[in-house]
Each structure stands twice: as C-alpha cells, then as structure tokens.
Write a protein that binds this ligand. Structure first.
Ligand code: ZN
Length: 239
C-alpha cells in the first residue's frame, strides 16, 4: 500500500487543494490526516467539507478539539486563541459534528498515527530527546507518523541511538523504527513556505514532498476575515 500522509491543514483551503491535486497525480491507495484541519486559516468549513466528501480518514488535533468545543483553548497563545474563537463562530453545525466525532489515534498493520505524540496527542516532539521517550510506546510497530509541530522531520532508532534525517527520500531499514512528521499543509514552520506532505510506501520508503500554492489568496482571505495579520504574514515566511 502507498499512503499519502498529511497534517496541520489549518483551514488553508488553497494549500489543501494544491496538496490533494499533487496526491491525486501520485496515485496512492489512501490519504491519512494527522489532525488540525481548522484553526488559524480562513476556510474551516471548506476544508472540513473536503474531508467529508472525499472520506479522508483524519484524527483530531488540539485546534479541532478547541474549535468544536470539546476543550477550551486555555493553553493557546493569544493569536491562536482568537483564531479558535473565530473558528467556533464560523463552523456550521455539520462541521462541528464532524470534528467532534474524530478519533485521537489510529493503528494500521505496521504503523500508527497520532497528532502530537504516542504518549499524549497534545505533546510536541521537538528533539531527539523527546523522540527517545516516545519510541518505547510504538510496541511492535515500526513506524509512527505525528504532526503538531509543523516541522518536517524523521527520527530513527536502531539499537540505542536516535538519529535525525533531513533527506527527501528515506529507505526504511529492518530492525530500525521511525517517528516521522510530514510537516504542515497549511502553515509550515520549517522555513519553507510550500505546503508539505509525504508518501509512505509500505515496501519500505518514505518520501517527503512540497508543493507550491497561491499563498497570496490564503493571506488575503485571512486579512479580510479579521483574523490576526500575523497569521497571513507567517505563511510567506514558512514560519
Ligand atoms: Zn497544528
């Protein structure tokens, strides 16, 4: 099986559409989303609608949970909190129901998917040290895909040693386990403003992909909707 793994769309319709059209060209067997469909961007209902129509399997992220009222955005910074409250106002009842029904993690034959980390969906894996604590929770699985940080990265563990790779294509080795973040579709924070996703081929390869999208349109919608300006500006910086 070949899966497209996407994460952190954050109501950026333009980025989402660009990624989906690239995925359609690659020919995959399925798309899995690691959560945060909404929050920050100006098109929450449109993004949820696509998830429903295309029946894309998706987890819930911390922004989704706060936007649909399952949690309160207490540990969010002020910009993120305002965006969550704005999104709450905009969500249709159908979108809200959809977000309320999403699972927090899922397991497939040889891998699992989570929003933040295997130990806690809200935890950020930001370093080899964070990754080291999470590897034991993979059990017999060889791989875990996570999002939440908006930074593309691959950690591997063979023996005792956690390593980081920034290669675009990684061949998976027997006896090695992996924690992999595809980066963010709708608000990349690794210095590259292009939308990020990855292709996982169960024959043993992970390929990171980037795709250009019309950033100015997403930015204009954010500004016109009254969301904080910084949310528009950061899209062209990729940070
Ligand atoms: Zn996010």
């Amino acid at each position: 099986m070949r899966y497209a793994i996407i994460s952190d769309i954050h109501a950026n319709l333009e980025a989402f559409l660009a990624v989906l059209s690239e995925i359609d060209k690659c020919g995959t067997d399925g798309i899995l989303c690691l959560g945060d469909i909404v929050g920050y961007g100006a098109s929450p209902n449109e993004c949820v609608e696509i998830m429903r129509e295309r029946q894309i399997f998706t987890l819930s992220g911390n922004h989704d949970k706060a936007a649909c009222g399952l949690t309160e955005p207490v540990d969010f910074n002020s910009t993120a909190r305002r965006a969550v409250l704005w999104t709450r106002e905009k969500l249709t009842p159908e979108s809200r129901e959809f977000l309320r029904g999403l699972p927090e993690e899922a397991e497939y034959d040889d891998f699992m998917i989570v929003h933040g980390a295997p130990s806690d969906p809200d935890r950020y894996i930001l370093s080899e040290y964070d990754a080291e604590e999470e590897f034991p929770l993979l059990g017999d699985l060889i791989l875990c895909f996570f999002g939440h940080t908006h930074v593309r990265v691959l950690y591997s563990l063979s023996g005792e040693m956690v390593q980081v790779s920034e290669d675009e294509r990684v061949k998976l080795l027997d006896g090695t386990r992996y924690l992999v973040n595809p980066g963010s579709v709708g608000q990349p924070r690794d210095g590259d403003p292009r939308a990020a996703f990855l292709i996982y081929d169960q024959n043993g390869e992970v390929e990171f992909r980037r795709v250009e999208y019309p950033i100015e349109i997403a930015q204009r919608k954010i500004i016109e909707s009254g969301l904080d300006r910084i949310l528009a500006e950061r899209l062209s910086l990729g940070y």
